[in-house]
Design a protein around this ligand. Structure first.
Ligand code: GAP
Length: 464
C-alpha cells in the first residue's frame, strides 16, 4: 500500500467506522478540530489508561493532577508564552493565504525545524524565497514573515468588553498547571524530591495550518509528566526518562522499533536545556510524537518571580535548599492515537480477490474486546444464549452484540475495528456441549471453549 494512499484510507476508515469525525461536519466542517466517535473514544481512553498506568499507577514516585484549563493570565506571562510562543507566518500576495514559514520551506524541500528560532527560519526563508510556492495557489510572491502568537484567547471573567486587550487564555500546554501546583502537591501529598507530577488534559493552540488529519489540531490532549530533581542529577534523569518513554511506545503500545526514532533539537525552545523528540513513522514521514525536555529550573524560577511565592525545596535530610530542575515528558494523545491506528491498519489478501481490513491493535487497546454473535438471528434459543453470555462478559470487558448479516460479515466488521475475539453461539452450544466458538482476530483460528470457562479464558487472554 503506497504511503499517501494509506493516509487517505485511514482518514476514510476513521470516519466510516466511528473513530474520528471532522468537527461540525453538517455545517461544512471546522478546520483543524475533530470529534471522536464511539470506537475512537474507547481507543483514546485505552491509550490514556495505558499511559496513566505506566506513569502513575505502576510507580511510587509520581502522583497525578487535574488542573483547570483556565489559569490566571499572569501564568502565561511568567511561562514566556505571551511573549515568545509564536510561529513565523507569511502571506501569499496573490491569494492572501497565510502559511507557516517552516511548512512552506518543508514543502519546497528545504530543511526547517519547527522549533528553530524565528530569526533562523526567516533567514532560511529569505535565502530560499525563489524556490517557495504558495501551498494553496502555487504563487511565489510572499510578504515578510511575521510572528503569530499561538495562544487561544477567551473572554472568561472579562465583562468590560475589551477582552482582546485583557484576554484569558485557554492553556497552550498542560504542564503550567503542574508548576503552579508544585507547592500544593509538596505540602499535601507524601512526596520528596525526586518525584513527578503527571497530568492528562486538553491544550489549545491557534495553529495556522491544519495539516495531516489529527496530527496537528487546534484543540488536542497532552499527557505530560514533570519530574522534579536535584540539579546535579538532572542530566542523568533526563537520559533515564528518554529510555522509559521509548519503552512505552515499543513495549506498552507495541510499536515496531523501526517505526520509531529519536530527533535531537539543535535549536532549543525558550525553556529547554536539552530536547529530544520521539518520532513515529507516519504515512507522511517521521514526525514528532513526544518531546522529552530538560527544562532546568526555568519554570519554577519564573513562577516564583511572577507570583512572589518561594518555590524552592528544602531537603529534609541534607537541609539543602534549592529550586528543583524539571525533566519533562510531553506526549500528544491524539498523535499517539493516529500512530496506533497507522501501526495497526492492515489490508490482507485472503484469496479470490478478497481483501480483509484488520486493525491489529494490541489486545488491551482494542475498543471492543469481545464480540458475541448468535449464529442465526431468527432462532430465539441462540439469541437468548448469546445474550446471556454477552451480559455475563460485558461487566468485565467492553463487549459488542451483533446478530446482523452472516457470521463471515460480522467477523469482518469486528476485524476492522480490531476486536481480538469473537464468540459464536451455534446449535452445538444449545443441543450438545454448552461450548462456543472463539475466533482469534489475527490467526483467524477458531477453538471451542465451554461457556463456564469463558470468564477465566478471557481473564488470561487479557493478562488481567
Ligand atoms: N510542555 C511541552 C510542550 O507542550 P510541545 O512539543 O509543544 O511541548 C508536546 O508539545 C506534544 O504535544 C507534542 O509532541 C505533540 O505530541 C503534542 N502536540 C503539540 N501540538 C499539537 C497540536 N497542534 N496537535 C496535536 N498534538 C500536538
Amino acid at each position: 500500500m503506497a504511503e499517501e494512499n494509506k493516509m487517505d484510507k485511514i482518514i476514510g476508515f476513521c470516519k466510516r467506522r466511528g473513530f474520528v469525525y471532522p468537527s461540525s461536519e453538517i455545517y461544512g466542517g471546522f478546520a483543524a478540530v475533530y470529534d471522536y466517535g464511539p470506537y475512537g473514544v474507547e481507543l483514546k481512553n485505552a491509550i490514556r489508561d495505558a499511559w496513566w498506568k505506566n506513569m502513575v499507577k505502576d510507580r511510587e514516585d509520581i502522583v497525578g493532577l487535574d488542573a483547570a484549563i483556565f489559569m490566571l493570565p499572569k501564568v502565561w506571562e511568567a511561562s514566556g508564552h505571551v511573549g515568545g510562543f509564536a510561529d513565523p507566518l507569511s502571506e501569499c500576495k496573490k491569494c492572501h493565504t497565510r502559511s507557516r514559514v517552516d511548512h512552506l520551506l518543508e514543502d519546497a524541500g528545504v530543511f526547517a525545524d519547527e522549533k528553530m528560532s524565528e530569526e533562523e527560519i526567516n533567514k532560511i526563508f529569505n535565502e530560499n524565497k525563489k524556490k517557495i510556492k504558495c501551498l494553496k495557489c502555487g504563487g511565489s510572491d510572499f510578504s515578510e514573515a511575521r510572528s503569530f502568537n499561538l495562544l487561544v484567547k477567551s473572554n472568561l471573567g472579562n465583562f468590560t468588553g475589551d477582552w482582546d486587550k485583557e484576554p484569558t487564555y485557554l492553556r497552550g500546554e498542560t504542564c503550567q498547571g503542574i508548576y503552579v501546583n508544585f507547592k500544593n502537591v509538596l505540602d499535601s501529598a507524601r512526596v520528596r524530591v525526586p518525584f513527578g507530577i503527571a497530568q492528562i488534559g486538553k491544550a489549545f493552540r491557534n495553529e495556522i495550518t491544519a495539516r495531516q488529519f489529527i496530527f496537528r489540531t487546534r484543540e488536542f490532549e497532552q499527557m505530560e509528566m514533570q519530574y522534579f530533581v536535584h540539579p546535579s542529577v538532572a542530566a542523568k534523569e533526563y537520559e533515564r526518562w528518554k529510555e522509559e518513554r521509548w519503552k512505552f511506545y515499543a513495549e506498552d503500545l507495541g510499536f515496531d522499533a523501526k517505526n520509531l526514532r529519536w530527533h535531537e533539537h539543535e535549536n532549543l525552545v525558550f525553556y529547554a536545556k536539552a530536547a529530544f523528540d520521539i518520532e513515529y513513522n507516519y504515512p507522511f514521514g517521521f514526525k514528532e510524537l513526544e518531546g522529552v525536555h530538560n527544562r532546568s529550573d526555568y519554570d519554577l524560577t519564573q513562577h516564583a518571580k511572577f507570583s512572589g511565592e518561594d518555590l524552592s525545596y528544602l531537603d529534609p535530610q541534607t537541609k539543602e535548599k534549592f529550586v528543583p530542575w524539571v525533566v519533562e515528558t510531553s506526549a500528544g494523545l491524539n498523535r499517539t492515537l493516529l500512530a496506533v491506528i497507522c501501526e495497526a491498519y492492515n489490508e490482507e489478501d485472503v484469496g479470490e480477490g478478497d481483501v480483509r481490513v484488520v486493525l491489529k491493535l494490541k489486545k488491551e487497546l482494542a475498543p471492543v474486546k469481545v464480540a458475541v454473535f448468535p449464529l442465526l438471528k431468527n432462532k430465539p434459543q441462540l439469541v437468548e444464549k448469546a445474550k446471556e453470555i454477552f451480559n455475563g462478559l460485558k461487566t468485565k470487558h467492553t463487549c459488542e452484540f451483533d446478530d446482523n448479516g452472516n457470521v463471515g460479515k460480522r467477523y469482518r466488521r469486528q476485524d476492522e475495528i480490531g476486536t481480538p475475539y469473537c464468540i459464536t453461539v451455534d446449535f452445538d452450544t444449545i443441543e450438545k456441549d454448552n461450548s462456543v466458538t472463539v475466533r482469534d482476530r489475527d490467526t483467524m483460528k477458531q477453538e471451542r471453549v465451554g461457556v463456564g470457562e469463558l470468564a477465566g479464558y478471557f481473564h488470561q487472554k487479557f493478562n488481567l
